[in-house]
Write a protein that binds this ligand. Structure first.
Ligand SMILES: [Zn+2]
Length: 173
């Protein structure tokens, strides 16, 4: 799975961490804002009441343990580039090359890497199926290609049907 979600909900739902590429990072982790190392830390959890100020100890929790610079969320910000080290750029493109059927679920397609993944699958005659509540960049791409399909609706309704279909195909072997 290649996901743009940063909320960690895939893992709460039981998706394999090993098989999931978090191409926009995750809010479960933080890293040094100065990049003194590649180390990822658990996201600091600090809860404040309205108007309450951070204590000295809480400010320390927000700092890199190695260099003292402030931590930052381990997510891709708007002006930043994809890379392999943090965001599995090369792994995602490699996976795209091996993909015969790509389900695109609930994304508007507004960022560059997902677009490249879809182009890569289509260029190798793979099938793309865009599953979304409304029209988006990928549904427009799918409509123009003979190997592109669009399913309009909730992913929570449509995906279970795929699971059933694949189970049937599997037992029919
Ligand atoms: Zn640091």
């Amino acid at each position: 799975m290649i996901t743009q979600n940063v909320d960690g909900l895939h893992f709460k739902a039981g998706t394999s961490r090993e098989k999931t590429y978090l191409i926009h990072g995750t809010l479960e982790k933080a890293r040094c804002g100065k990049e003194c190392s590649n180390e990822l830390y658990s996201y600091p959890e600090i809860f404040l009441d309205k108007g309450q100020e951070l204590t000295k100890d809480q400010i320390e929790i927000l700092k890199c343990k190695k260099c003292g610079h402030f931590l930052r969320p381990h997510v891709l910000w708007f002006d930043e580039r994809y890379n392999e080290k943090y965001f599995k750029l090369d792994s995602s493109m490699r996976t795209a090359k091996e993909t015969g059927l790509l389900l695109i679920v609930g994304t508007s397609g507004a960022t560059n890497l997902p677009q490249r993944i879809v182009e890569s699958v289509l260029s190798r005659q793979g099938i793309i199926i865009d599953i979304n509540l409304k029209e988006n960049y990928f549904s427009e791409v799918a409509d123009k290609k003979k190997n592109g399909y669009t399913l309009t609706g909730k992913s929570s309704d449509i995906l279970p049907e795929f699971v059933e279909l694949f189970k049937k195909l599997d037992t029919a072997k």
